[in-house]
Design a protein around this ligand. Structure first.
Ligand SMILES: Nc1ncnc2c1ncn2[C@@H]1O[C@H](COP(=O)(O)OP(=O)(O)OP(=O)(O)O)[C@@H](O)[C@H]1O
Ligand SMILES: [Mg+2]
Length: 436
């Protein structure tokens, strides 16, 4: 069975090699209820009825998630509010809809909000339970989301001390993170260049930076990339104190500007310290963060992605991988207000289309017939999740406006009998106070 013809969602593809089909099964793009063309019977039959293919669906053979890919994505930015959480949740939903087991981790310890973005106002367990040792392992605080295959670890917003975990706590977190059982683990990081954020960014297999086309965002994204690179260089070159000293000077004096060009330093090192030169060069090769430009309002702005790519190559000697852009779209703000993941609230919106293509084609490298298969499956799953996603209306629990209200005399919204538009947050906030 080398050259197979397959049918998924009424569309036919082929010839497909057995190895390719194995890969599609692993990624969740082809399931046992999809069809294979049978030469003998001269008709399409469900793949599960094809004896030669049964091992493809056997969990013991590495399919059906007996083994996990365990790829860690980290989503960071220099400036805050540029779309990290929107991107992280969309990536999580997208990968889950492709059949992967996904865990999203709200690693923005100072301002956790991934759960609200998913419409989960009061997660029953949060990172706080792990942090305070009420739960031993990180896997104990993983909770389900309304999307199949997608689970999450919710952050614990507004809890003193959590924003900057100490070194030992960070090490415990990293150890536990690596033990999580999932194909993809997505870290939604906090803004800025704190050591914890940098370290989580550097441990990822796929480090992703989100920036917008505004000068401050570009400036801070470049600064973030630079401090991450310097930290990684220092870590790998810790046996060469003289080189570390030069790097530290650069780090302290000019966080966002580059006096020292990495190229010059590299050339000097080649002459005076070949061993350090080799480590340095290898680090530059290995450090290839990916870049996403969000909230793009015009075609001109797309060039900012290429501009920062060129600056990183010139000044830092690293290859930034510009994944593409996401349009500015007011539907994103509407989804945030409705507390529904954007990709599910408006699956057909321009920014959803951008996000979907960027993730599938540029991040995951799907092309050809695989891309067509993924696109169809992706769209189908998104539509069905969207229809069934729990709706939130915080006005549902709000107090009812009445003339008896203490504030009635001063209230400009007097609307007796309707949900109160001023005190509607109280039920939500009161719950939060009692659970923290
Ligand atoms: N493509 C877009 N089009 C329009 N608005 C957007 C877009 N992406 C994000 N936004 C808006 O930006 C806001 C911030 O997005 P998000 O919370 O994902 O940013 P963040 O980088 O995670 O912020 P923080 O640094 O505070 O964690 C959203 O509430 C949304 O209103
Ligand atoms: Mg965020």
């Amino acid at each position: 069975m080398e050259n197979l013809f397959i049918r998924v969602d009424e569309r036919e593809f082929g010839p497909v090699k057995l190895a390719e089909l194995r890969e599609l099964v692993k990624q969740g793009s082809f399931s046992k209820t999809d069809f294979i063309w049978s030469e003998n019977l001269d008709e399409w039959i469900p793949a599960e009825q094809t004896i030669e293919l049964q091992d493809l669906f056997d969990p013991a053979n590495g399919n059906g998630h007996a083994t996990y890919q365990k790829k860690i994505y980290a989503v960071a930015s220099g400036k805050g509010g540029v779309g990290k959480t929107i991107f992280s949740s969309s990536l999580g939903i997208g990968l889950a809809s492709m059949g992967q087991e996904v865990i999203m981790v709200d690693a923005d310890f100072g301002g956790a909000n991934l759960h609200t973005c998913m419409g989960m106002l009061e997660p029953e367990l949060t990172f706080f339970d792990f942090y305070t040792l009420q739960k031993d392992s990180l896997s104990d605080v993983v909770i389900d989301t309304p999307v199949d295959n997608l689970r999450m670890i919710s952050g614990a917003c507004g809890t003193l001390g959590l924003a900057n975990p100490k070194y030992t706590q960070k090490q415990r977190f990293i150890r536990e993170l690596k033990k999580l059982q999932a194909d993809s683990i997505i870290l939604d990081l906090g803004a800025g260049s704190g050591f914890n954020t940098i370290d989580f960014f550097l441990l990822a297999d796929e480090p992703i930076i989100i920036m917008t086309p505004e000068p401050t965002s570009i400036y801070e994204a470049f600064g973030f990339i630079k401090v991450c690179l310097l930290r990684e260089l220092k870590r790998r070159l810790r046996g060469h104190a003289d080189v570390v000293e030069i790097l530290e000077r650069e780090e302290i004096n000019r966080p966002n500007k580059t006096v020292l060009t990495i190229g010059d330093l590299l050339a000097d090192l080649q002459k005076i310290n070949p061993e350090a030169h080799e480590i340095f060069e290898k680090t530059l090769d290995d450090f290839q963060p990916k870049l996403v430009l969000n909230m793009v309002k015009s075609r001109d702005e797309i060039s900012e992605g290429q501009a920062i790519q060129a600056a990183a190559l010139d000044l830092l000697c690293i290859k930034l991988d510009f994944l593409g852009y996401i349009s500015y779209d007011p539907k994103v703000g509407e989804a945030v207000k409705a507390m529904k993941p954007f990709l599910l609230d408006s699956p057909k919106a321009k920014a959803s289309q951008d996000l979907s293509a960027l993730i599938r084609v540029n991040l995951l490298g799907k092309s050809g017939f695989r891309e067509i298969l993924e696109r169809r499956r992706w769209r189908k799953h998104l539509e069905s999740y969207s229809e069934n996603y729990p709706e939130h209306n915080i006005l549902d629990d709000a107090a009812i406006c009445s003339v008896k209200c203490f504030y009635w005399g001063d209230c400009e919204y007097q609307d007796g009998g309707a949900p109160c538009r001023v005190r509607h947050l109280e039920p939500v906030l009161r719950q939060r106070i009692t659970t923290v």
